[in-house]
Structures are given as structure tokens and as C-alpha cells.
Design a protein around this ligand. Sequence first.
Ligand code: CAA
Length: 261
Amino acid sequence: TTTKAYENIQVEVLQDNVGLIRLHRPKALNALSDALFADLIHAAKEFEQNDAIGCMVVTGSTKAFAAGADISEMKDRTFDHTYSKNMFSEWADITKLGKPIIAAVNGFCLGGGCELAMMCDFILAGDKAKFGQPEINLGIIPGAGGTQRLTRAIGKSKAMYLCLTGEMIDAETAYQNGLVAKIFPADDLVDEAVKVAHTIAGKGRMSVMMAKEAVNASQEISLQEGLRLERRFFQSLFATHDQKEGMKAFLEKRTPAFTNK
Ligand code: CAA
């Protein structure tokens, strides 16, 4: 249960174990103002602390996941302000969650919106979604991971092209290039994302969290270090009841009843 009333997002628990966060600033295509992002982080941290929640989904509207950082809020900012406040560094809190968070993207997913989606563990897209890093059109560059995560997701040449031209790509292109895990018809996207989240939330919590941490580590550390981390996580799961239950259930030809212990 959430304790806070939010101005810029809507928060729901669905299917008992999925935390859904809807970005909700319809007048500005969900532009990511400081206040919106603070709401988002607050809600995600509440779901992280809530034992009933096994997976989160962040989505926007049919028209826009988010059209970027809020340009009206940024336009008069100075270098000393952005530097001394380390602008957008706080957004990275999204990447520190232990539980999985899925971006369900319909409509525009641009600039900081695309960067937020890439901070999530994977992206599910509606078939009319549009992705891009249009910052170059504003005389700036991506500031929340666009030059780094997009490059890791789709490769240098294509990421460079998008960052230098500001062009958008559609859902199908994003899927074919590995930015998006799966595409659904736009109208079904949120329901489908919640279904996926519910499936994940039904697995053993510790194996889910370790799988997430290990895959994310692959983006940061060497192969040898990554393999070592994976092997240690793998071995440590043999200390859990869920490993015993998962294997016993398989051999007894029944569905495992995981208890997150
Ligand atoms: N910030 C603030 N307001 C925004 C916004 C943004 N990023 N994106 C859209 N809006 C506002 C518009 O100003 C407009 O407001 P009004 O109705 O008050 O005029 C409203 O949302 C609807 O937008 P449009 O009329 O432009 O809608 P459209 O359908 O004609 O175009 C769009 C849609 C192509 C997405 C266009 O809105 C657009 O180009 N938006 C800006 C995209 C962008 O440049 N994003 C990068 C921001 S910088 C950044 O994100 C930095 C970073 O790396 C963190």
C-alpha cells in the first residue's frame, strides 16, 4: 500500500504482486520535471520496500511514455547550477533497485524518456512507439545515459547516428536492433507488461534479483569478473528453499510454490 498522494504519477498494485507506475503529466507529454522524477523514485522505492511486490512496471500514456526532460524547466539553467547540483545524477536511483522494473513504452520515448526506459531492466513497446535522442536539436547532448546505454543496446554506429541527427526510430526498428525486448499492439501493451511482470513476480525472489544483478553487471565489468559473480550467485542459490522447491517440483511434475526464502 502506498502512503503518498502523487501529483505527476499514478500508482497501483495489480495482480497482488505487480507495482504499476504511470507517468501522468498529460499536458507536457510526460516531460520529466524534477517533481515528476522525484515522485517516480519515491514510488519505486516504496514498491522496493513492499514485500508483496515482486516486479514493477513503469509506463506513460498512449501518446507518450515521456518526451524527455522538461525543457521549460531547463531553459534558463546555468552551468554552475547544473554542475553543482549534478543535474540528473539522482535519476540513477532507478538503476539501484533490486527488484526488476519493466518499461512499457507507448508513443514518444525521447531524450530523458528514452534514457529512463533504458535504465529499466527491459523495454516492452507498443507497436506505435517512437524512440530517439533529440537533444542535439536543443544544442545539448543526452545527459542521463543516452550516449552510453543506447550505444551498448544498439551498437556504436546506430547510436551515433541517432545522437547526431536527433532522428527517431519506430518500435519495429528498435526491436530489430535489440533496444526493445518485445512488441505488443499499443492497446494491449500495459496489460501485457503487467502479465509479464506478474510472471516474473511469481518466480523465486532471490533468483530473480540475482539474475537481474548479474545481467546488469555484464554491462559494467569484465567477462571474467562477470562469470565469477554469476557463479557465486548461482552457488549461493543452493542455500535457498526456493532452489529445493523448484527442483523438487520439477521432478514431481508440479508447479513450484516459491516462498522467497
Ligand atoms: N519538455 C517540456 N514540454 C514538452 C516537452 C518537453 N520535453 N515535450 C513536449 N512538451 C510540451 C509541448 O511544449 C506542448 O506544450 P503546449 O501544449 O503547452 O504547447 C505539449 O507538450 C505537447 O507537445 P507538442 O505540441 O510539441 O506535441 P506534438 O505532437 O506536436 O510533438 C514531440 C510531439 C515531437 C514529442 C514534441 O513535443 C517534441 O519534440 N518534444 C521535445 C522532445 C525533446 O527534445 N526531448 C529531449 C528533451 S532534453 C533531455 O531529455 C535531456 C536529457 O538527456 C535528460
